[in-house]
Design a protein around this ligand. Structure first.
Ligand code: L34
Length: 285
């Protein structure tokens, strides 16, 4: 079997066109969705993602601005900026790009963002609402993964989903969203003994390992759906996933590429959350 390659880029593009129409309608009601992104330091990868977010906002008619701060910014100074943004009625969504410099406690920052403006879905209030299945901002990468799977009319209900990775940003929440879709979910991580015995049982395999090309054909059940969340930068600057694409595409039924797989969907779900924030959380989808 040769897998169907799911183009996150194409699916994201289609969704963005639909969102642009919704933004147009909001503007007729004098609501202009606005996202403020805060970034500290000079990390090229982070800047590249933020640039992608800004570009996607422009493309969709969403207004945005980026606050660039030095990596020496104190935690208190960053908290003060978030406080200002929380009180600024023109700002609907606030995103602080991660990772942050070591001297700043990420959890303090995440918890300082008003849950009404938490377009990343990382605030404990958002996480709690997600787990209990209430309407909330869903975290962008996990939500993008669910949308990618659904775009192929793949049934999640009753399937065995195996998630490799347990970060707060990807692994934990994507397992939760799959559970909400009625999958049976197994989590694997860096301490898992005999990883292969679990991955070989996966109907849906989510690779969020953070190491280039470590998931091989021997890990994958023939016909499985394989979603690659890896964004590993090789020495020559190229981006590669956690999955050995060339090997695994020969046995999977569906596979996502890196780049142009999950990445563009992450950004698209951010747009969706920003529109949701502009409409007012809890006032419908
Ligand atoms: N606060 N921090 C916060 N929210 C997030 O949702 C993120 N993330 C992760 C890192 N830190 C964050 C992102 O935005 C990862 N991430 C992200 C976003 C977009 C892309 C990759 C990661 C993306 O667009 N990837 C493109 C290639 C881009 C390139 O070549 O640099 C792709 O096609 O996969």
């Amino acid at each position: 079997m040769v897998a169907h390659v799911i183009s996150g880029k194409d699916i994201a593009q289609k969704m963005r066109e639909e969102m642009a129409q919704e933004v147009e309608q909001l503007k007729q009601r004098h609501i202009v969705p606005h996202l403020t992104v805060v970034i500290l330091g000079e990390d090229p990868a982070s800047h590249s993602y933020v640039k992608g977010k800004k570009k996607a906002c422009t493309q969709t008619g969403i207004s945005s601005d980026v606050i660039e701060l030095p990596d020496t910014t104190s935690e208190q100074a960053l908290l003060d900026i978030i406080d200002q943004l929380n009180h600024d009625d023109a700002v609907h969504g606030i995103l602080v790009q991660l990772p942050l410099p070591k001297h700043i406690d990420e959890q303090h920052i995440i918890e300082a963002i008003s849950p009404e403006k938490d377009v990343d879905g990382f605030h404990p209030v958002s996480v709690g609402r997600m787990i209990t299945g209430q309407d909330t901002f869903l975290p962008c990468t996990p939500h993008g993964i669910i949308e990618l799977i659904k775009s192929q009319q793949i049934d999640i209900k009753g399937k065995h989903a195996v998630v490799i990775g347990r970060s707060n940003i990807v692994g934990k929440p994507v397992g939760q969203l799959l559970l909400n879709e009625h999958a049976t979910v197994t989590y694997c991580h860096s301490k898992t003994e005999n990883l292969q015995q679990y991955t070989l049982k996966a109907d849906i395999l989510i690779a969020a390992v953070g190491k280039a090309n470590v998931i091989k054909a021997e890990h994958v059940k023939p016909g499985a759906v394989v979603i690659d969340v890896g964004v590993n930068r090789l020495d020559d600057g190229t981006l590669t996933g956690d999955v050995d694409f060339d090997e695994v595409k020969e046995i999977a039924s569906y596979i996502t590429p890196v780049p142009k797989g999950v990445g563009p969907m992450t950004i698209t779900m951010l747009l969706k959350n920003t529109i949701k924030a502009a409409k007012g959380l809890g006032k419908g989808d």
